[in-house]
Design a protein around this ligand. Structure first.
Ligand code: SAH
Length: 205
């Protein structure tokens, strides 16, 4: 997400709002339902969920400082103690999670990287998915929501290659209570696609 530089979006201010800005192993109750969003942007989706489900745990990861500042502000204003915000690249999440595994990973409007030479940067590229698989509980799910048809179509193959099974998909997802900033904007111009992929319990993979 491109974002204008915000004067107050310093690491110190972001950390002061409770966001993790350096790797540290999380101490969390493993028995709780845990939902992770990778690339949360300004945080509309994950903060509304955390607000509505106080007994569950939520983790938001966003690597872009100016965007993460907005996300951190939402967490701070809403006093969301059940939401952990991490400002880092998702590939380093293992340093925070340790042995903690999550029930669901949401990838909402991930950068589509349309050029073929950049496809490996996509968050659903098999190498990325294999990294994310290590963060998931058995039969945990990854939910991809996007407006980008090419990314959506290619992702079926990516999930398959990475040992996931696509258990449901929708080529025209109806609006819901929980939508990201991008979803609200993109709905005005076309359909929204979603797929749900489950971690296959296949030891050979
Ligand atoms: N989910 C939000 C933002 C979508 S834009 C929405 O739907 O409105 C994609 C976001 O993912 C950007 O803010 C970008 O900084 C973040 N992002 C991309 N790759 C990432 C990675 N590897 N780790 C953490 N954040 C990432």
């Amino acid at each position: 997400m491109r974002q204008k530089k915000i004067k107050d979006a310093t690491i110190e201010n972001i950390a002061a709002m409770g966001t993790m800005v350096t790797p540290e192993q999380l101490k969390i109750d493993k028995d709780k339902k845990i939902t992770l969003e990778i690339g949360s942007g300004k945080g509309r989706f994950i903060t509304s969920l955390a607000n509505d489900f106080p007994d569950e745990l939520f983790i938001a990861v966003e690597r872009e400082q100016n965007v993460c500042y907005r996300l951190s502000q939402k967490k701070h204003t809403l006093k969301l103690d059940n939401l952990i915000v991490i400002m880092d690249d998702a590939i380093y999440l293992g340093d925070y999670l340790g042995a903690v595994k999550v029930d669901k990973i949401h990838l909402n409007f991930s950068d589509p990287w349309p050029k073929k030479k950049h496809h490996k940067r996509r968050l659903t590229y098999p190498t990325m998915l294999k990294t994310f698989k290590a963060y998931l509980k058995e039969s945990g799910q990854i939910i991809l929501r996007t407006d980008h048809a090419d990314l959506f179509v290619d992702s079926f193959q990516y999930f398959n290659e990475a040992g996931f099974q696509v258990v449901s998909y929708n080529w025209s997802l109806p609006p819901s209570q929980y939508m990201t900033e991008y979803e609200v904007k993109k709905r005005e111009v076309g359909p929204i696609y979603q797929l749900v992929a489950e971690f296959k319990d296949d030891k050979s993979l």
